[in-house]
Ligand binder design. Structure first.
Ligand SMILES: C[S@@+](CC[C@H](N)C(=O)[O-])C[C@H]1O[C@@H](n2cnc3c(N)ncnc32)[C@H](O)[C@@H]1O
Length: 203
């Protein structure tokens, strides 16, 4: 969901939701469970999209979701109501979060660092709003370890970067240290093209 203008309707949000569920069944079936089950306390989900993570959070987690796409946020709010859980939503940019320093126990971002303009500044912003003992939880598609898959990703992003800002060969884990974060746990799946990361602030 790179281009906000193209996906400003509920119908587009619904189409994205269906497409994403198809992709995750095939390529990353355990991603949302891996990430969300680790969230604790006051949790900010960045670029929440249509709220596909909502069903996977522990009940006691207090959720706030931000996104640039209003229609996606409305979809996520409807999903939260259907699940009977509280969700605060706010239109906001991942690169300029409208929260004070050290505000959240957990920050979650799935399948969105592939499309923010700059990963490093985004991670610095995520670290800023995390409490000193907080958890940063990520999942994304990244540069594959399989050379053939990697080649396919390079060819694909030659088109997707100019069209929609979607990158396929980034690896946020490599930018964590510069953002003052360190890895607690990580897993790679599907030819190394999908990565889950649990990180914390490097005190
Ligand atoms: C591929 S969707 C993923 C949605 C959701 N995180 C998920 O796992 O299904 C990417 C989302 O990132 C949002 N997004 C892109 N750039 C953003 C930014 N700079 N700040 C906030 N949201 C952004 C898009 O509007 C879209 O909803």
């Amino acid at each position: 969901m790179a281009n906000v203008r193209d996906r400003s309707t509920q119908a587009a949000a619904a189409r994205f939701d269906t497409m994403m569920r198809g992709l995750e069944e095939r390529f990353f079936p355990d991603a949302r469970q891996w990430v969300c089950s680790r969230a604790v306390g006051s949790t900010l989900e960045i670029a929440i999209g249509t709220g596909l993570n909502l069903a996977h959070y522990p009940r006691e987690v207090e959720l706030t979701g931000i996104d640039l796409n209003v229609a996606a946020l409305e979809f996520a709010a409807g999903r939260a109501r259907g699940l009977g859980r509280e969700l605060r939503t706010e239109v906001a940019d991942a690169l300029a979060l409208p929260y004070p320093d050290g505000h959240f126990d957990s920050v979650v971002c799935t399948f969105a660092l592939c499309e923010v303009p700059q990963v490093g500044p985004a991670l610095t912003e995520f670290a800023r709003v995390l409490r000193p003992t907080g958890r940063l939880l990520l999942a994304d598609h990244i540069a594959a370890t399989n050379p053939l898959v990697w080649l396919g990703q390079r060819l694909l992003e030659a088109a997707t970067i100019p069209i929609s800002g979607e990158h396929f060969t980034r690896r946020p884990l490599e930018d964590l240290a510069a953002a003052g974060l360190m890895v607690v746990d990580s897993q790679r799946r599907t030819n190394g093209a999908i990565e889950y990361v649990h990180a914390r602030r490097a005190q």
